[in-house]
Design a protein around this ligand. Structure first.
Ligand code: ADP
Ligand code: MG
Length: 373
């Protein structure tokens, strides 16, 4: 029988993507960082093949889901499909995985573009890896979690979220490179607090849940443009690529991918040089490209970004897939309250719900905090 000694506690962060949006599935680089908002996961191995999951959902309701390690796509739906998908992806890959009891708690907003889904799938995968002694590395854990989202949940994400959640490190961002197999990751120092700056998340409260269609449309358009250009991935496109296409929509999508890739390169230089004004400009330019060329922003995100800049932010952009979710602003610590107040005021003036705003720090990726072995 399992006893309390065998309970493992995992702390699994969400992520903010600093720059490099909608590039992962286009084979281009991103610079996300794991944030100090977490899903806490208590996992206890079972001697049978049952998986029981208890979670307090963001609306405060306590839920339970149960399935077995033989669960298949379509057997469960809703939030349970994330832990079930994590189990399924490991079993599919031939890993011997037993049952377990899981209790989830979270202070990471869900559906806010901060990758609570990746926190959940990476957390369950990491817990099963440790319990079963599979010896997977962080990238393999991230890719199995991505498979859970893609092929079980049916969310066509790239690998950036899961890589950030698995590889994050306090004081660092994670440069991800999906152009290699497996994708590459490297840590980039990111310690803006020392220089009196902060990243403020502005959660618009507009759920991007119902926007899966828009995300899938962008993936399809990207694949179409790449095929027309004879490229495997759109991030391989040269500066002349937009001129080789006829369709104005596809031209604009390619323009975003080219310019966003260049912004990632520029951001690495800015991070190395601690050129924060430069980084701010890059963030704002990224937002404009996502708004105008990639067309994945929305009114609430645009107002959050414009107002943050008006209140003194060095730069701001939507983060994550878009169509709602969160914006981030690079702000001098002394201006954080001003940004928060003005954004709140502006939202209320048009009868939108005041957004949640909070400062995030680069944090460690999925970590076993107690109960190893
Ligand atoms: P994001 O990853 O940006 O938060 P997603 O739509 O990809 O948004 O994932 C959100 C979904 O993940 C929720 O609708 C819910 O099904 C699931 N989820 C997130 N956090 C939890 C949690 N603590 N407990 C149960 N399910 C969760
Ligand atoms: Mg997600």
């Amino acid at each position: 029988m399992s006893d309390s000694q065998s309970v493992r506690t995992w702390r699994v962060p969400g992520r903010v993507n600093l720059v490099g949006e909608h590039l992962d599935y286009n084979g281009g680089p991103s610079v996300p960082f794991a944030i100090d908002r977490f899903v806490t996961l208590k996992a206890r191995p079972r001697e049978d093949d049952a998986v029981n999951v208890w979670s307090t959902l963001p609306d405060g309701s306590r839920q339970k889901a149960d399935f077995t390690t033989s669960v298949q796509p379509g057997d469960v739906d809703g939030w349970a499909s994330y832990p079930a998908g994590a189990v399924w992806a490991l079993v599919q890959a031939g890993h011997p995985v037993g049952g377990l009891d899981l209790v989830l708690e979270s202070d990471l907003p869900s559906g806010a573009g901060l990758s609570s889904s990746a926190a959940l799938t990476v957390g369950v995968t990491a817990a099963l890896d440790e319990i079963a002694g599979l010896g997977l590395d962080r990238t393999a854990i991230a890719l199995s979690a991505q498979r859970a989202e893609n092929d079980f949940v049916g969310a066509p994400t790239g690998s950036m979220d899961q890589l950030a959640v698995a590889h994050g490190q306090a004081g660092h961002a994670v440069l991800t490179d999906p152009s290699t197999d497996p994708p590459g990751t490297s840590l980039v120092p990111f310690q803006i607090a020392d220089d009196g700056l902060a990243i403020v998340v502005i959660d618009t409260g507009v759920s991007h849940d119902h926007a899966t269609g828009g995300y899938a449309d962008r993936r399809r358009e990207s694949a179409e443009a790449a095929a027309l250009l004879g490229l495997e991935h759109l991030a391989q496109a040269g500066l002349d690529a937009p001129y080789k296409l006829e369709d104005e929509t596809l031209k604009a999508r390619v323009r975003h991918v080219i310019t966003e890739t260049a912004r990632v390169r520029a951001s690495l230089r800015a991070l190395t040089d601690r050129s924060w004004a430069q980084l701010g400009t890059i963030l704002t330019a990224s937002h404009e490209s996502l708004r105008d060329d990639y067309a994945v922003s929305c009114a609430e995100l645009d107002v959050a970004v414009e107002t943050a800049i008006e209140a003194g932010a060095l730069g701001a952009r939507m983060t994550g897939g878009g169509f709602g979710g969160s914006a981030i602003a690079l702000v001098e610590t002394a201006d954080v309250e001003r940004v928060r107040a003005l954004v709140g005021e502006r939202f209320e003036s048009v009868q939108w719900r005041r957004p949640a705003t909070f400062v995030v720090q680069p944090a460690d990726g999925a970590t076993l905090v107690t109960g190893q072995g």
